[in-house]
Design a binder for this molecule. Structure first.
Ligand SMILES: [Zn+2]
Length: 486
């Protein structure tokens, strides 16, 4: 049975007005209702939906820009909301107004725990470039505008809402359901998931972890896909140092430290590192290709060939942004991001520092990546490794994606779930070290006109209200399947 989550008409400038004629109401009429939908009256479901959005907007108003983070007020707010249903939280305070929250609904223990994971820190936003202030959560034309709207306070509020409903209903659980909200993901996870895994492993050890990045609608030629992250690239952050003769700024030079480092940066920008076809990228491409017939499917599959894929991609994918997105799936990458040299305008500096944001594919080790970078920039530089964390790949994800597909069939028929490789890093890498099957599923339904990738860390980050409600339903449905005893 096809269900539609109707477009909500919202006219708001900080006033909350949502005519709830959709969402849970529609879903409650479905024949294959989950345990939550069966238990609650339509009016209760609508009230839950409404309150979840109110909580979401309040959470979005905390400025958790990292650096510096200052996540603690947001964490304390989440704790206070969970306490409304007498859910006890443990808050782990870390220096400088930072911290993490864990709460757990205890089950019979018949099966190992399931965890919902979200970070509450966000990347910086330049208000001058935004249609609405980035920390006011303004609703405009059905969208909530705020830094963190999709990355990823939405997931934090899905989790808060789902735990509250499960607690309120007292449904019998076969798995503990854990909610873990952390700080510091956007700066490398150190005070967040890394701290929790290293200092409090038993609090966050789970069999299945639902985290970012995945579950959003990816439109491709009228076909809607729901990519679900099963692997993420590693990081290798490097500091390249160039040295040269100092001198007087009145005498021209061609090989100063500054110019050597600048040339290294230019070479990295102009040169693709070697192509490697890894299993997760191949599975992702196969998932996309399988939705199409000849010749498109054949061409898509050929893009994965280490022999001709790269040249085919450059010939066919002329849009620079799309080409770069594909490059990230099949190559290690090395982006210069910070440049430091010189102290005085009339002095030729004797050193220059170039910091490089390196991202490594599954299976690539530090030495291999370093040799790829050195072969591009040439000899004569010193390298310091600032941080290296190898790529992370989940094993045993297949049955989880089967269940997610059933959920998407129910809430957005026609959507095709595919495994995906994330070019960035997430907290999943840390939970995976404890043996968790981490999958990216923080669902958001988007129309064909919306490019999810452009919203991520972009100006005017925003989420459609109905896309949020869809996400809440979809995640709750999957949690019901895994956690509630029949
Ligand atoms: Zn994120």
């Amino acid at each position: 049975m096809r269900t539609s989550i109707l477009t909500l008409s919202i006219a708001d400038n900080n006033r909350f007005f949502v005519p709830f004629t959709a969402g849970w109401f529609t879903l409650s009429a479905m024949p294959d209702k989950n345990q939550i939908e069966r238990k609650l009256a339509e009016s209760d479901l609508r009230a839950i939906e409404k309150e979840s959005i109110e909580v979401f907007r309040e959470l979005l108003r905390f400025d958790t820009t990292n650096p510096p983070g200052n996540e603690m007020p947001a964490i304390r707010f989440a704790e206070s909301v969970l306490s409304r249903d007498e859910i006890e939280c443990e808050v782990f305070e870390i220096e400088q107004n930072r911290g993490n929250l864990v709460c757990r609904l205890v089950s019979s223990g018949a099966e190992p725990p399931l965890m919902l994971s979200a970070h509450v820190d966000v990347v910086p936003a330049n208000p001058a470039k935004w249609k609405h202030p980035p920390f006011e959560a303004t609703i405009d034309d059905g969208w909530i505008y705020a830094r963190g709207a999709i990355d990823m306070k939405n997931m934090a509020c899905y989790g808060i809402t789902i735990l509250r409903i499960l607690k309120r209903l007292g449904l019998p659980l076969k798995r503990d359901v854990i909610l873990c909200l952390v700080s510091d993901e956007e700066a490398g996870c150190h005070n967040g998931s890394e701290y929790m895994v290293k200092e409090h492993a038993e609090k966050v050890r789970a069999d299945i972890v639902f985290n970012e990045v995945g579950g959003f609608t990816l439109w491709y030629d009228d076909v809607k896909f729901y990519p679900v992250q099963i692997a993420e690239k590693g990081i290798c952050w490097l500091r390249l140092k160039a040295t040269g003769e100092p001198g007087h700024g009145s005498i021209p030079v061609r090989d100063s430290a500054l110019l050597q480092a600048a040339r290294a940066a230019e070479k990295l920008a102009a040169t693709k590192l070697p192509m490697h076809t890894t299993e997760p990228a191949k599975l992702m491409t196969e998932g996309l290709a399988s939705a199409f017939g000849f010749p498109k499917a054949s061409v898509m599959r050929a893009l994965t060939s280490e022999g001709i894929g790269r040249w085919l991609r450059d010939a066919l994918v002329r849009d620079p942004k799309k080409n770069a997105q594909m490059q990230a799936l099949y190559h290690n990458t090395a982006n210069p991001t910070i440049f430091n040299s010189g102290v005085k305008i009339n002095v030729i500096p004797d050193s220059a520092i170039l910091e490089i944001d390196g991202r490594t594919l599954p299976g690539v080790q530090l030495d291999e990546f370093l040799s790829e970078v050195k072969s591009v920039v040439g000899n004569g530089f010193e390298f310091e490794v600032i941080d290296f964390q190898p790529a992370s790949t989940t094993e045993g994800w297949e049955p989880i994606l089967v269940e997610i597909q059933k959920t998407i069939d129910k809430y957005d028929p026609g959507g095709k779930v595919i495994p995906s490789l994330c070019p960035g890093f997430t907290d999943s890498r840390w939970y995976a070290t404890l043996g968790a099957r981490c999958v990216g599923f923080s669902p958001v339904k988007l129309g064909p006109e919306t490019d999810f990738g452009a919203l991520f860390h972009g100006h005017n980050e925003r989420i459609p209200v109905d896309g949020y409600i869809f996400g809440l339903h979809a995640l709750a449905d999957v949690v019901c399947k895994y956690a509630i005893a029949e």
